[in-house]
Design a protein around this ligand. Structure first.
Ligand SMILES: Nc1ncnc2c1ncn2[C@@H]1O[C@H](COP(=O)(O)OP(=O)(O)OP(=O)(O)O)[C@@H](O)[C@H]1O
Length: 336
C-alpha cells in the first residue's frame, strides 16, 4: 500500500507520534507515522477533521515537538536542526499570515528582507511572486480589502519568498468557494510544474486530493491507512456496476454471468446485483447485451467509477464526506 519516492527523500519520518493532554485526557493525535517523501513530489494528506493532518504538518515545520519518533526535512532533524529546517521550508498555515493594514506588496518585501534579501532583491522577488500568483491587480491594496481567494494566494506568495525546497500548505482552499478553490488548485499545479519543489498539503476535500496530488496519503485517527496515487487507490477498488431486475431468477442468472468478468466481485442486493470489477465500465456493455440475448434483461443499470470517498469507505467503513459533514454540523452546533 505504500508508494516509495523514486527521488531522494526530502522528508523522512520514523514512528512520528504526538499526544496532547487536555483536562487529564490524552489525545493520540498522530500515532507512529512512517513516511518518505521524495524531492519534487506533490503530496496531499487527506483525512477527516481531527485525523491528525495539521499536527503532522506542525511537527514537520518545527512548530510542534514530537512526543516520540523522528522526522527529518531537507536532511535536518525537526528538533535538533530547527533553524536549518525553517530555512529550507515555506509554511502556509490555516490563518492568514499577512498584516491587515499593510499592502500585499509591502508584506512580501518585508518578508524577503526578514529572510536576508537586500532591498533590491526583495522588491524583485515580490514582483516575481505577484506575477506568478496572479496578484498584479491587487498587490497595492491593503490586505484587509482582498477577497478570500486573493488572501490565500498572497499567503502562498509569503511562503515562497525565500525559494523554499519544500512548501507546506495547511488546508489551502478551506473556506474558498468552488471557483476560487479550482483557481487555487490550478495555481498550485502550475507552481509545482515551474519550480519542481516539493509540495505537501493537507485537505479534507476529496476532489482536491484527487485532482491535484500525484500521491495521496490517507490519514485516519493519526495513522496512515493508504498511500498511493489517487488512480491506483481507486483502480484497486474496481468500478461499480449496479443492476436491478424485475424477476429474482433473472438476477441469479446474471450473477453467474457477472462472475465470469475477470477479477469481479459479485454481491446480491435486494433488487438485483452489485458487481465490482477493475474494468467494469468496459465489461458492462457486453454484460447488458448478453443478458438481453439470454432473455434475462436488467431493468436498470448504473456504472460508476470509484471515488476517493469509496476508497475511504472501503478502508474505514465510514464515508469521509459524511465524517466531514458531521464534524462541520457539530462545530456549527457548538458555535450556536
Ligand atoms: N493543542 C491541542 N490540544 C489538545 N488536542 C489537540 C491540540 N491540537 C490538536 N488536538 C487534537 O488532535 C487531533 C488531531 O488534530 P489535527 O488538528 O491534527 O487534525 P486535522 O486532521 O488537521 O483536522 P482538521 O482537518 O480539522 O484541521 C484532534 O483530536 C484534535 O482535537
Amino acid at each position: 500500500m505504500t508508494s516509495h519516492p523514486t527521488t531522494t527523500p526530502v522528508i523522512v519520518t520514523r514512528g512520528l507520534t504526538r499526544h496532547f493532554t487536555a483536562r487529564k485526557q490524552t489525545v493520540e493525535a498522530v500515532r507512529g507515522l512512517d513516511l518518505e517523501i521524495g524531492q519534487g513530489e506533490l503530496v496531499a494528506f487527506l483525512g477527516p477533521n481531527g485525523a491528525g493532518k495539521s499536527t503532522t504538518l506542525r511537527m514537520l515545520t518545527t512548530l510542534l515537538a514530537p512526543t516520540s519518533g523522528t522526522a527529518t526535512v531537507a536532511g535536518h532533524d525537526v528538533v535538533t536542526g530547527q533553524r536549518e529546517v525553517r530555512r529550507a521550508i515555506g509554511y502556509v498555515g490555516q490563518g492568514n499570515g499577512a498584516g491587515h493594514q499593510q499592502r500585499g506588496r509591502d508584506e512580501l518585501v518585508s518578508q524577503g528582507r526578514a529572510h536576508g534579501l537586500s532591498r533590491r532583491e526583495a522588491h524583485q522577488r515580490a514582483d516575481e511572486l505577484i506575477d506568478d500568483l496572479d496578484l498584479t491587480a491587487v498587490a497595492d491594496r491593503k490586505v484587509m480589502t482582498l477577497s478570500g481567494g486573493q488572501r490565500r494566494r498572497l499567503d502562498i506568495a509569503m511562503g515562497l519568498v525565500h525559494l523554499p525546497r519544500v512548501l507546506f500548505l495547511d488546508e489551502p482552499s478551506t473556506g474558498l468557494d468552488p471557483q476560487n478553490r479550482a483557481n487555487l488548485q490550478g495555481l498550485i499545479e502550475r507552481l509545482h510544474a515551474q519550480t519542481g519543489s516539493t509540495i505537501v498539503l493537507t485537505t479534507h476535500y476529496l476532489e482536491e486530493a484527487d485532482a491535484l496530488a500525484e500521491r495521496v496519503v490517507v490519514i485516519d485517527h493519526g495513522m496512515v491507512i493508504a498511500d498511493d496515487s489517487a488512480s491506483r487507490l481507486k483502480s484497486r477498488l474496481g468500478d461499480r456496476i449496479e443492476l436491478t431486475f424485475d424477476q429474482a431468477e433473472h438476477a441469479d442468472r446474471a450473477a453467474q454471468r457477472a462472475a465470469r468478468i475477470p477479477g469481479s466481485l459479485v454481491t446480491r442486493t435486494e433488487r438485483g446485483l452489485l458487481v465490482r470489477a477493475a474494468d467494469g465500465h468496459r465489461a458492462a456493455p457486453a454484460l447488458i447485451a448478453e443478458l438481453q440475448t439470454a432473455g434475462t434483461p436488467a431493468s436498470s443499470i448504473e456504472v460508476a467509477r470509484p471515488t476517493l470517498d469509496d476508497v475511504f469507505l472501503d478502508l474505514t467503513g465510514r464515508s469521509l464526506r459524511e465524517a466531514n459533514e458531521s464534524t462541520a454540523s457539530a462545530t456549527e452546533g457548538e458555535a450556536a
